[in-house]
Each structure stands twice: as C-alpha cells, then as structure tokens.
Design a protein around this ligand. Structure first.
Ligand code: GRG
Length: 294
C-alpha cells in the first residue's frame, strides 16, 4: 500500500479508537471533564506516537487491533503532557494544535485535572486490553509508566526547568531531550513490539535504539522549526525557546550542524530497523518527519 494511504488509514483508526475511549458522558454534573479531554485529544496532532505503535506491531507480524489500545494510551499520555506543559506555571502557552490551549478555554484547575484524567485513563485502557496476554499487558504498563514518569519524560521536564537561563553543554541537553521527548518515542516502538507479543531482549533493544535516535532528530527538527517555522502551519506559538532563555540544539550547535545531525540521527534510526520486517512504511515515516514543513 502506498505510504500516504497507509498513514491516513492508521490515523483514521487511531481517531476512531480515541473517540470511543473518550465517549463517556456521566450525566452527573461532571461532564465538563470529558468535554475538556475531547477538546485537547481530538484536536488533531500528527498522531506520530500511535502511528509508530501500529507500524512496529505490523513490523513484528502483529495486527492493528492488537496495538490500538497501547497506541491510544500513549497518545493520551502525550496529550496530557502538552496540556500541563502549556499551563501558566510551565510554558504559559496560548496556542496548541491550532487552538487556544486547554487552560484558556476551561480554566487552569480543569486543565490540570484533564491532564490527570488522561494519564489515569491511559493506564485503565492498557489494563483492560483484551487481546494481549496478561504478561504482555503487565510488561507494557510497566514500560510506559517508567517512560512517562520520573525516570523518563517527567525527569526530562525537571531537567529542562532547572536548565532555564543556565549555560548547559550539549551532553546535558541531549540527556534532557532523550528523557523529555525520546522516552515516549521509544515507548511507541517498544509497545508496538509488545503488542505483537515480541518480547525478546534484542527486538526491544533495537526498538529502543530507533526511538532514541528518532527522538533526538525529531527534537532537533522541532527546535529548528521554533526558529524558522510558521505558527499557523505548526498550530503552536513559535520563537518561544529564545524568549524563555532555553538552550536548544540550534542555540548550542548552530542551524547547519543541527541539519547535519538530523540526517545522521535519522540514518541511525533507520539502521535500527534492520532486524524488523516490512519496514518501508517506517522508513518513509522517518523521512517525512525530518522533512517537516517550515
Ligand atoms: C508533564 C508538564 C509535563 C511535561 C512533560 C513532553 C513534555 C514534557 C512537554 C511537552 C512540550 C514539548 C515541546 C515537548 C517536546 C516534544 C514535542 C516536540 C512535543 C510535540 O509533539 P508533536 O509535534 O505534537 O508530536 P502533536 O500535536 O503533533 O501531537
């Protein structure tokens, strides 16, 4: 199947599943939390992480149905992180996925609770995954919890906060971004393998390597877009890194070196795919990501 058709099918499958998972209405006075959850989750977004889960599952011989609960759980966690990251006490952002941020529409307290609700809903969805074996489910929950938690994305966010207005070196920045952005991308690749019941150490190690390289290339590209990109096309505020005094890959290395490293890192991500089958789709996805619109 042609790349674009496959991608659109995957995105559509994820959108339908996300809608189902968030279709609750309680009729007991707290429907607003479901409304706020749908507002942020169903606002578009590239769906990169869930698409990666589906693609890795297929590349390990699994079916999309096996991967969808893990894929959606990961997207809910990603969306919670965006909602919380946009709060006034964090990045204080007004625009996300082309819309006013959650706290602008629903207020700060509801935005905090929406993030909390999405995080917990994610693990509920995983625990209820019917077609995965109990061992796989447990391993996947444990992996994602660590990737999203204090040894992963949250740890990266704390390093990010502590580095504001500080002179940090490139190794510190890499470590920070590997945690903050890379861990969820690693989780996407690993959860895809797990969904297909491929739990051997070597497979998971290669999936992790893919996620780590892609995470760095993706973050470097994101930093470049923050300088060179267009707010309307990207659906978020740009130029924020410089204003907030944050070290970024282009600020430490320069744009040219970044572009070179993006090519190198994505090449290493592609190399990590050699132990998987039918990787044409994943290969094109990597190419597409590092060539995002300016
Ligand atoms: C839990 C508060 C809190 C923060 C965790 C992940 C994170 C740290 C904050 C999110 C903000 C951010 C700029 C993260 C870097 C990773 C990144 C480029 C996120 C945006 O992901 P995309 O481009 O977004 O996949 P869409 O909207 O397409 O899903």
């Amino acid at each position: 199947m042609e790349f674009q058709t496959r991608l659109q099918r995957d995105i559509d499958a994820v959108e339908r599943a996300l809608q189902d998972y968030l279709s609750d209405s309680c009729g007991q006075g707290y429907d607003r939390i479901f409304e706020a959850a749908r507002y942020s989750v169903l606002a578009g977004g590239k769906r990169l992480r869930p698409v990666l889960v589906l693609a890795f599952c297929r590349s390990c011989g699994g079916e999309d149905e096996q991967a969808l609960p893990f894929a959606c759980a990961l997207e809910l966690i990603h969306t919670y992180s965006l909602i919380h990251d946009d709060l006034p006490c964090m990045d204080n952002d007004d625009l996300r996925r082309g819309r006013p941020t959650s706290h602008k529409v629903f207020g700060e307290a509801t935005a905090v609770l929406t993030g909390d609700g999405l995080l917990t809903r994610a693990f509920e969805i995983m625990a209820q995954h019917k077609s995965a074996s109990p061992q796989t489910t447990l391993q996947a929950i444990s992996y994602l919890a660590r990737a999203a938690g204090m040894h992963g994305m949250i740890g990266g966010q704390v390093l990010d906060m502590l580095s504001e207005n500080q002179q940090i070196d490139i190794e510190t920045l890499k470590r920070l971004q590997t945690l903050k952005t890379g861990r969820l991308l690693q989780a996407a690749a690993v959860l895809g393998c797990m969904a297909a019941e491929r739990l051997d150490e070597e497979t998971l190690r290669q999936a992790e390597a893919f996620g780590a390289y892609l995470g760095l290339a993706f973050q470097m590209q994101d930093d470049l877009l923050d300088i060179e990109g267009d707010s309307q096309t990207l659906g978020k505020t740009i130029g924020k890194d410089e204003k907030s005094g944050k070290s970024t890959f282009p600020s430490l290395l320069g744009a040219e070196k970044c572009r070179k490293l993006i090519t190198e890192m994505s090449g290493q991500a592609l190399d990590a795919l050699s132990s998987f089958e039918n990787t044409a789709f994943l290969g094109e996805l990597v190419e597409k990501l590092i060539d995002r619109v300016k």
